[in-house]
Design a protein around this ligand. Structure first.
Ligand SMILES: NC(=O)c1ccc[n+]([C@@H]2O[C@H](COP(=O)([O-])OP(=O)(O)OC[C@H]3O[C@@H](n4cnc5c(N)ncnc54)[C@H](OP(=O)(O)O)[C@@H]3O)[C@@H](O)[C@H]2O)c1
Length: 217
């Protein structure tokens, strides 16, 4: 049993991940920024911690995650502009890395983006910026000295999914249900020997537990 902190716990992936982790016996806490979210989180068994990634510095982040064994970063600006994308998707993970280094918290799971996302369409500066900052966050985590896993899902769908995925160091691009992203994160958290891996994920044919176990070296 571990203490897991989810940044993005109210999001499409995060709100599906929290109950899976609680069901697996973990204690779950998570960051929220809207007062009305607090009671819902408590009702779901999540310890709510208030904070806005737009304002938080690394010390604020350390205060938020203090006592956690594992942190999941699945927050995102969701196309709300370049400044918010830089601060949330880009600087958010960097502040988290600094907080983890300060506290000695080793295990970090970062939801990043699939390299082929958005290829083949009309160039869009906002999306290109998103992909750049996602990559910068990946680089910062890889160089952090922490026990990281970077998950690169394909295009997210608002579904729970059927628990079957395509998962590996490189897989063909496709869509993935947010529920399947959550299942993979929960399974990865249950298998701590899988670390220092950049993993691509789409919906597929392999049950999540089998797909994650196949990553063990
Ligand atoms: N969309 C795609 O196709 C796609 C593909 C690959 C990867 N991703 C990445 O996958 C991750 C999860 O996506 P998702 O669909 O679950 O995201 P989502 O539903 O848009 O949720 C985003 C989460 O981030 C939180 N957040 C946003 N701004 C914040 C702030 N200033 N301070 C604190 N928290 C803040 C949101 O909180 P509120 O509830 O307060 O808004 C929410 O919990 C993101 O990192 C995203 O970039 C997305």
């Amino acid at each position: 049993m571990a203490k897991v902190f989810i940044i993005g716990v109210t999001g499409g992936v995060g709100h599906r991940l929290a109950p899976m982790l609680i069901e697996a016996g973990h204690e779950v806490a998570g960051l929220y920024r809207k007062p009305e979210q607090k009671a819902d989180l408590e009702n779901e068994g999540v310890r709510p911690v208030s904070g806005d990634l737009m304002d938080m510095n690394a010390d604020d982040m350390a205060d938020a995650i203090r006592g956690s064994d594992i942190v999941v970063f699945s927050a995102g600006a969701a196309g709300s502009g370049k400044e918010r994308t830089s601060k949330i998707d880009g600087q958010g993970p960097v502040k988290l890395i600094q907080a983890c280094q300060k506290l000695g918290t080793k295990r970090v799971y970062l939801v990043s983006a699939f390299p082929e996302a958005g290829r083949g369409g009309e160039p869009n500066e906002g999306f290109e910026h998103y992909m750049r900052v996602k990559k910068q966050a990946d680089v910062a985590l890889v160089q952090s000295g922490l026990d990281w896993v970077i998950l690169r899902p394909g295009t997210l769908q608002h579904e729970d999914g059927d628990g079957k995925v395509s998962l590996g160091l490189a897989v063909p691009y496709g869509n993935v249900a947010r529920g399947n992203v959550a299942r993979v994160l929960a399974e990865l958290i249950g298998q701590p020997s899988i670390k220092h891996e950049l993993i691509e994920l789409t919906d597929g044919d392999t049950p999540v537990s089998e797909a994650v176990s196949a990553l063990t070296r």
